[in-house]
Ligand binder design. Structure first.
Ligand code: DON
Length: 564
């Protein structure tokens, strides 16, 4: 893999500084920015964004809109959004206050270190499909906590649009395709089959999609708040579902669930300030390491060049090595965050980057899933408060288990633990004991909801994405494209992305995202370059411009933006 050094040098000399030819890039010019003079919502589904914009126009603030969007996504984006899952919220209010809310799922009390291993010690599918893969859901507690601390409109008002959508809405073709793509897993569980399938297939696009059990659940939450979900009727339905499939979640697990306020990770990069999610997500720390390493270069090579991909990939590799070794649930493990986030440490890592060679990480073969079934939404209200939320069931349709009578899917977030420390998980991530399964523990996430201030300290960007580990590198690249490459947000979002996560020791790139000479050059430098199947991430972002707020849904899969 690491032969041909002379060729490497000559190719780097020939191609390293030149701009890549990316005119075959399929998404060039495809982003469709939407401008709003006062306020903006960008989410994974146009109907959910419209709900958020409506709430803002009624005088709701960004938190109200975020809560309403969160519940609306449950009805219109069943593969990801998610009262049976969890998420993270980062905000910056109009007075400059910041905060981060962690409503990540937790392992049930009966969870054990080796619960997902077979008798030979290998990981099984039990952490991905079925009742055992579900962590204790955090979304209802989290959205309620966000509203209680910062909301303005009545709670029930924020659920009303989701109830209407659950009563019935027109199914779009993208949903039809995502349901069809998971029909075999959904068919394993009768409540999922009856909610999502018609004769074993997705309902037709254009048909009215009705979810009466979900509508009833949402009505109960609108009337009674989170208590009904964590202690009342819905808790009973979840526990009955667990009994049906030998899952572990108990009434005590549900009653004991708490969303937690945490302090955002603060990243200072070339005069800009970024607030992002701290552990139990790895997003903020890992992205901070990438920025801190790259911030030490006076200038960076042009976008699309081999030299630039090289520096980015080496920064990503080093940040992911630390992520996988050190990070976990802050309530359970000690992490050297001060050191990992320090400029001195970044300088040390930067000094290890060779000018023209890849630094290998131990190789192994790992499957990296291509599903894109988490979801992000960004909100800015008329006062300039920004709320950035990434939320997930983990992979598409989570565990595939719908709570019978409850009408919502349960997550399969338990697979985000290192179910077999030292062996790759669904995303090919190799992690250690810091993130092993333990009762009550939060599984380490990559979700990176972020807010960026410009050098004058004004709100500038709100950004986030789904994509497993590619979340971190996608959010980093969009911010870097704007800050370093001086792209508009639309250009920054549609631009081709790369991904390196230490192991597997591969640089992933999107189809036609790098020119052939650049690929040749990187291979000669010792990189294993691998084209992804599908895209990397699905950004929902907002930028402040002189003309107002510009909302940009990613043209990769696309949600929708709505502003006024
Ligand atoms: O929390 C995490 O990092 C993962 N559960 C996110 C999964 C995800 O983004 C799936 N979409 N590709």
């Amino acid at each position: 893999m690491h032969t041909r050094p002379l060729l490497a040098l000559s190719l780097v000399a020939a191609c390293g500084g030149s701009r890549a030819s990316v005119n075959t890039w399929a998404l060039a010019g495809k982003a469709a920015p939407v401008t709003g003079a006062h306020a903006m919502v960008v989410s994974g589904h146009p109907l959910a964004s419209a709900v958020g914009a409506q709430i803002l126009q009624e005088g709701g603030n960004a938190f109200d809109a975020a809560v309403a969007v969160g519940f609306a996504l449950e009805a219109v984006l069943p593969e990801a959004g998610n009262i049976g899952g969890g998420g993270f919220l980062v905000y910056r209010d109009s007075a400059g206050g910041t905060g981060a809310l962690d409503y990540r799922e937790t392992a049930p009390a009966a969870a054990t270190h080796d619960m997902y291993l077979d008798s030979a010690g290998n990981p099984t599918e039990r952490s991905i499909t079925g009742h055992l893969s579900a962590g204790v859901p955090g979304s209802v507690a989290g959205l309620y906590e966000a509203w209680k601390a910062h909301g303005h409109l009545p709670w029930a008002r924020l659920l009303a649009p989701a109830i209407t959508l659950a009563d019935g809405h027109v199914l779009d073709d993208q949903r039809r395709r995502s349901i069809e793509g998971e029909r075999q897993r959904l068919a394993l569980f009768p409540a999922s089959a009856s909610q999502f399938l018609v004769n074993g297939h997705a309902p037709a696009a254009g048909s009215t999609f009705r979810q009466p059990d979900l509508a009833r659940t949402l009505r109960l939450i609108a009337d009674s708040g989170p208590d009904v979900f964590y202690r009342g009727q819905i808790a009973d339905l979840i526990v009955a579902e667990m009994k049906r499939g030998r899952g572990l979640i108990t009434k005590a697990d549900l009653a004991g669930y708490r969303a937690k306020w945490r302090t955002p990770i603060q990243i200072d990069y070339r005069g800009y300030r970024i607030y992002s999610m701290p552990p139990a997500s790895s997003g903020g720390v890992t992205m901070a390491e990438i920025f801190n390493i790259l911030g030490g270069y006076d200038s960076l090579p042009p976008f699309g060049s081999a030299r630039y991909v090289h520096l980015e990939a080496e920064a990503m590799r080093r940040a992911f090595i630390d992520r996988n070794q050190w990070l976990g649930d802050p309530d359970f493990v000690k992490m050297p965050l001060e050191r990992l986030l320090s400029a001195a440490y970044a300088a040390q890592l930067r000094a290890q980057i060779l000018p023209d060679r890849a630094t290998p990480t131990p190789a192994f073969v790992a499957k990296v899933t291509e599903s894109s079934q988490t979801t992000h939404y960004s909100v800015v209200d008329a006062a300039g408060t920004a709320v950035s939320v990434t939320t997930t069931l983990n992979n598409g349709f989570g565990s595939a288990v719908t709570v019978t009578g409850g009408g919502f899917l349960l997550n399969d977030e338990m697979d985000d633990f290192a179910t077999a420390p030292g062996k790759p998980n669904m995303y090919g991530l190799v992690q250690g004991e810091q993130n092993a399964v333990a009762p009550g523990r939060r599984m380490l996430s990559a979700m990176t909801p972020s807010v960026v201030l410009d050098p004058a300290g004004k709100l500038f960007l709100v950004v986030g994405t789904p994509g497993g580990p590619t979340i971190i590198t996608s959010v980093y690249q969009v911010i870097a494209n704007v800050v370093d490459q001086h792209m508009t947000l639309a250009a920054a979002v549609e631009a081709p992305r790369i991904h390196q996560q230490a192991l597997p020791d591969v640089v992933f790139y999107e189809r036609n995202g790098l020119s052939q000479p650049v690929l040749d050059s990187l291979r000669a430098m010792g990189y294993t370059m691998q084209e992804r199947h599908g895209y990397s991430g699905d950004i929902s972002a907002i930028e402040r411009t002189p003309n107002g707020w510009v909302g940009v849904p990613d043209p990769r899969y696309g949600g929708g933006a709505a502003g006024y």
